[in-house]
Design a binder for this molecule. Structure first.
Ligand code: ADP
Length: 614
């Protein structure tokens, strides 16, 4: 093993030998001084003085070597071996010094107590060498032999062969210490080798983790781009299908179009799920903690799903909020809404008749923290006990027939579970097959004052107007989407000016004001985020970077002191995109494919100041 140990382990062993040098030098000095002080009656004091002088000279020499070693930094194998050999020379000289106590001083002592002192010192020094010299086997072996075995000569010289027992003990003791030293060395070396291996593995693991993280980031980027690319044509497909559905009176064509529309919407929700899931996997999904109106969040959610349940199945969806549930809380309203929406959508999907009830209750309240439980109960098909845990795993559905009958991917609940974990909450289900299911989500929220709630309808400084006919600037690079948006908006009675990128939009804003700017995000030449920042800077009278001076001057004159309503209309659906848009200064965010309802909702909130978000 000695020959095959890695250089770093060998280096560490030699390092440890040197590290212990100060302690052994101190021992030498203390014992030497004690000898001089306590053994003043020693019959031949000059011999004792010579011995002490030898030990002191050795201390100085070894201290010098120690400092030289400490000074040298990186040592290769050759230098390490040289350092070890020099150390070994010191060990030999030191061993001879201690050994001479036994064969040289011991026989000269006339008092038995002095002999006992010499005996104890020699034996003690040999034993103390185990933890200081055992890092290299040869060192402990040589030192112990040189220290103890000369005692046999001493014993022989002082008592002749009468003291055989003492000599026998000395031999056995030598063997014992050498064996202990060897065991110590073996174990310590093994530990160093393992430590070295684990350090190598740790380094490999760090590299692998870094690689995995960057691969994950690349995957997220790829997914974000793919999402944009897929959503852009989907926008056109879904939008045109809606228009065609409105215009056709043929039942057969209507059935075809509805199928296209359903399939497209399913595809879109699948894309959203996969995007969310990949973000969660990449650890990039962050939970925000902001004050929000819990009641508003719940009511808006129910408004959205009621329409679906009523229209399609005639199900009654109810919302019951207990009196002690606080309205203003701190948390991530978007993620809470996403979880509950998934649970309620599932409840509607798996229930043919009966009702879906959403109940909100306060389980615990302590100081400013409340534990709130949201439960979604249905009277649907239910879930067998065996499957109730598994359905929270990704891509798991109750059984194979579920996909055939109800569609879906089995990702929704897995996402809910992950989101719930990120929120520090818990999600569970209890269900009786054939009778219905109840999903419960419990999570803690901090209560806040009503005044801390953000103004979701910012008081922007633009003139009140009717949303019946708005003057809209549509900034969109994709022609199909421009045409579609044009058709939808014109049909709703709005007038439209089109721009293909941010610079185009800025030029359109010179000399004319618009009620709303519908702004795409990803565009060539200048993207929507940058364009929005420039508009906001112009409104504040700040310097405009990134546009030529003439345009900047005109924009400043036109926009200073106003607030242009800018709504992001983008195919970027990754979480965090909304925050990016709002951070750049946009007022609202809708994802493509957009529905006229979404636009009307925004118009009614921002333009007419109605507070009803559905
Ligand atoms: P998906 O609905 O897309 O299949 P989910 O992860 O949301 O994915 O649900 C996983 C499975 O759990 C569903 O396929 C279904 O078998 C079961 N499930 C979820 N909610 C209900 C419910 N309310 N009633 C009956 N089964 C449900």
């Amino acid at each position: 093993m000695e020959n095959t140990i890695p250089l770093s382990v060998y280096r560490k062993q030699v390092d440890l030998l040197y590290q212990r040098v100060p302690a052994s030098l101190m021992t030498s000095v203390i014992i030497s001084v004690c000898f001089l002080f306590f053994l003043r009656t020693f019959p031949e004091p000059h011999v004792l003085q010579v011995w002490v002088a030898y030990m002191m000279a050795l201390v100085v020499l070894r201290a010098f070597v120690f400092f030289l070693y400490r000074k040298s930094k990186k040592r290769d194998f050759r230098q390490t071996r040289l350092a070890e050999r020099i150390f070994l020379a010191g060990v030999v000289l030191s061993g001879l010094g201690w050994g001479s106590v036994a064969w040289w001083l011991y026989p000269l002592a006339t008092e038995q107590s002095t002999q006992v002192i010499f005996f104890v010192v020699v034996v003690g020094v040999a034993a103390a060498a185990i933890p200081t010299l055992s890092y290299r086997r040869l060192h402990i072996q040589i030192f112990v032999c040189l220290t103890i075995l000369p005692m046999l000569i001493g014993l022989y010289n002082s008592y002749g062969n009468q003291n055989l027992i003492l000599a026998f003990i000395a031999v056995v003791y030598t063997a014992f210490i050498i064996k202990s030293g060897c065991i110590f060395q073996e174990h310590h070396e093994e530990m160093l080798v393992l430590k070295e291996a684990s350090q190598v593995r740790e380094k490999q693991l760090k590299v692998a983790t870094k690689e995995a993280k960057s691969a994950n980031r690349a995957k997220s980027r790829f997914l974000a781009n793919m999402s944009h690319e897929i959503r852009t044509p989907m926008n056109a497909i879904i939008g045109r299908t809606r228009l065609a559905l409105d215009e056709t009176s043929s039942p057969e064509l209507q059935a075809h179009l509805e199928t296209i529309q359903n399939a497209s919407e399913n595809l879109l929700s699948l894309i959203n799920d996969i995007l969310d899931f990949s973000k969660i996997e990449a650890g990039e999904l962050k939970i925000s903690n902001k004050p929000f109106d819990l009641f508003d969040t719940l009511r808006s959610l129910l408004n959205t799903v009621r329409f679906l349940a009523d229209d399609e199945k005639g199900l009654n969806v109810t919302l019951e909020i207990a009196d002690d549930v606080p309205r203003a809380v701190v948390g991530d309203s978007m993620r809470l809404r996403q979880i509950l929406l998934n649970l309620v959508n599932n409840a509607i999907k798996f229930t043919e008749t009966g009702c879906v009830d959403v109940r909100v209750a306060c389980l615990k309240a302590k100081e400013k923290t409340v534990l709130i439980q949201f439960s979604v109960s249905d009277t649907g098909i239910g879930i067998a006990l065996d499957n109730q845990e598994a359905i929270f795993n990704e891509f798991v559905q109750e059984d194979d027939s579920t996909t055939k009958v109800f569609g879906g991917t089995g990702l929704g609940l897995a996402i809910c579970k992950h989101l719930c974990d990120l929120m520090g909450g818990q999600i569970a289900v209890s269900s009786i097959p054939g009778k219905g299911s109840t999903f419960t989500l419990s999570s803690s929220f901090l209560c806040c004052n009503f005044s801390e709630l953000p103004d979701i309808f910012p008081q922007v400084d633009h003139k009140p107007m009717s949303s019946d006919s708005l003057n809209i600037l549509l900034v969109e690079d994709n022609e199909a989407n421009r045409v579609l948006a044009g058709m939808v908006l014109a049909k709703a009675g709005h007038t439209l000016v089109e721009a293909c990128n941010g610079i185009d939009a800025l030029n359109c804003l010179v000399g004319q004001s618009y009620d709303v700017v519908l702004m795409d995000v990803q565009m060539p030449i200048m993207d929507g985020l940058k364009c929005t920042r420039i508009i906001r800077a112009a409104e504040l009278g700040d310097e405009l970077a990134g546009v030529d001076k003439e345009l900047a001057d005109k924009l400043s004159v036109q926009l200073r002191g106003c607030h242009t309503l800018i709504v992001a209309m983008t195919a970027n659906a990754m979480s965090g995109d909304r925050e990016d848009c709002l951070d750049s200064g946009m007022d609202e965010y809708i994802t493509k494919p957009f529905y006229l309802d979404d636009l009307n909702r925004v118009f009614s909130v921002f333009v007419e100041g109605k507070g009803e978000i559905s």
